[in-house]
Design a protein. Structure first.
Length: 180
């Protein structure tokens, strides 16, 4: 008999054990999810629903996790805004959409987004344009400048920047390059 046949079958995860207490299963799932990364209450509720935890049990467990501040949508939203704004240079519009996808209410998202200033968003837009603009761009040719303007403004739009801010940031960087 081979070594692999001698091994005992691994135990089923608690959510698959029909005789397990639903509340302890729910707590286990939530703790495991929070160990991986911070999550919103809605994300955790979706995960519990996927694992067929009864809704009333899921609500009770999530309420308890909120009481002990292991689940806090406002803190999650603030952390998400800081992180995504820093690592992805996303504008408030894109961040608000992402927070909505995570189940964060509009009011909670607005409070978190209020911590990001217009100046920070402007600096992030300028930095993105400067990083994306190729050094070999021939900005003296009006056709080339227009092409780069459109491409760079579209890149900023995909990151959630308003068109007026995007075009203003692109033109500022391009004007600075043209003078150099």
């Amino acid at each position: 008999m081979t070594a692999s046949r001698r091994r005992a079958a691994p135990e089923a995860p608690p959510e698959l054990d029909r005789e397990a207490d639903p509340e302890s299963v729910a707590r286990s799932i939530v703790l495991r999810q929070l160990t991986n990364s911070p999550k919103s209450r809605a994300q955790l509720a979706r995960k519990l629903a996927e694992r067929r935890v009864p809704e009333e049990v899921a609500e009770a467990v999530l309420d308890r996790f909120e009481e002990v501040q292991l689940v806090d949508d406002a803190e999650f939203a603030r952390m998400w805004v800081r992180s995504r704004a820093r690592t992805r240079s996303l504008a408030r519009g894109a961040l608000k959409r992402e927070l909505a996808e995570k189940g964060i209410s509009g009011e909670t998202a607005d409070q978190a987004l209020a911590e990001r200033s217009d100046d920070e968003e402007w600096e992030a837009a300028i930095g993105l344009v400067e990083r994306k603009l190729r050094a070999v761009a021939d900005l003296s040719d009006p056709g080339e400048r227009e092409k780069y303007t459109r491409r760079l403004a579209a890149m900023l739009a995909r990151k959630g920047y308003a068109p007026s801010l995007a075009f203003r940031a692109v033109n500022e960087v391009l004007d600075g390059r043209a003078r150099d």
